[in-house]
Design a protein around this ligand. Sequence first.
Ligand code: DUC
Ligand code: ZN
Ligand code: ZN
Length: 464
Amino acid sequence: MTHDLVITGARVVSPGGVAACDIGITGGRIVTLGTGLTGAEVIDATGLIAMPGGIDSHVHIAQPSGPGVEMADDFASATRSAACGGNTTVMPFCLPEDGQSLREAVTAYHARAEGCCLTDVSFHLIVKSADPVTLGQDLPALIAQGLTSFKVFMTYQGMRLSDGEILQVMDVAREQGALTMVHAENEEAIEFLRDKAERDGRIAPVHHARTRPVPVEREATHRATTLAEVAGVPVMIVHVSNGAALDEIERARGRGVRVLAETCPQYITLTADDLDKAGFEGAKWVCSPPPRDTGEQAAIWAGLERGAFDVFSSDHCPFRFADPAGKDAPGARASFRNIPNGIPGVETRLPILFSEGVSKGRLSLETFARLTATNHARIYGLEHKGAIMIGMDADIVLWDPTLTRRISQSDLHHGADYTPWEGFEVTGWPVRTILRGHTVMENGTPVDTAPGRHVARIRPEITA
Ligand code: DUC
Ligand code: ZN
Ligand code: ZN
């Protein structure tokens, strides 16, 4: 049999282990794994590692961010950046604008993503209201259409749900077979600390981190896992930043609660000191939960090494720095409270974990593949993605494990005007990204096509 495409010479990372073999691709799917394969097109990947294309299950793209504030990426730039960073699928959130229903929001997001994506896309929902239409009509309808996961917030006025509302939403998740994701920070504790800081004149960006300390996240993590226990549902705790929150997760697991956990590059590489740069510079690192300290980085690393985390995502949430529609929003210099929250990272997630994890000998190639692709697909129900196996989509990224580079804004493809990792040295870099058999990035250059499409999902296995 002659294939459409054959990749030869690579070390192939699959759920069964790492093996030298050819990958035969026809019709956008992996159809053969073996030796001596023939194809209409052949990619010689000698010396490279073939990994499942990255799935970034936590990104924000073109998300409404408040009056006058605009995210730095649309779907074209975000997915171009994602593909250049070795990803083949991204999972953005659909956030309704004020007055918009969840279903209307999803329709608007589909329109924004239509025809311009370099990676596949699969939407999560954000549930910011527990009104009867959302709970009784929109959520069940959208879950039935394959949007089988949603996020709720315990922080942010206008977004947060009360404990009782979270229980109601979790109950819908239980009935309909969806997975609830929780942003766990205690809003009232943050408000108390923030008001006090402002009264005392502590208004610089670093006070964003100081007014969202570890206990605020630890308490909310405990509460989120307890609410899941009460509702009888699994829960994903997103962007875990510290050891105490992870302890709460592991304690809940010890009680038999089905708790999944996500962490991100910022929590293994950045600290609150990054927010403490002179003047307004620290705004570049303002995100929630904030980066902590080297002790907490070590706790997150220990969690990654012992398998306590299920997924490693970017939480890509880009704003331009030198821009009044971005980090320099009206009032942002007068108080950290007004700095848009989030950092760009979809293109740097994989190189950072590869370098810090695989190249430094802390993670095996198989663990890397699980944390960056396979588990995302399994947990969120992307049936044909996340593994180099026969029958799966031919979503493959070729890595050169010997390439050492310094991360630089000038090489990246996102819409932000900075990277929080400027100058950060990494060893290991993705050199070719293949989406369903189409090359979408080669040697750092995006290919000028838009083969990406929306992928509906099956019921997440943990909800069964
Ligand atoms: N939570 C996120 O998940 N992303 C950006 C901001 C936030 O609070
Ligand atoms: Zn969040
Ligand atoms: Zn996020």
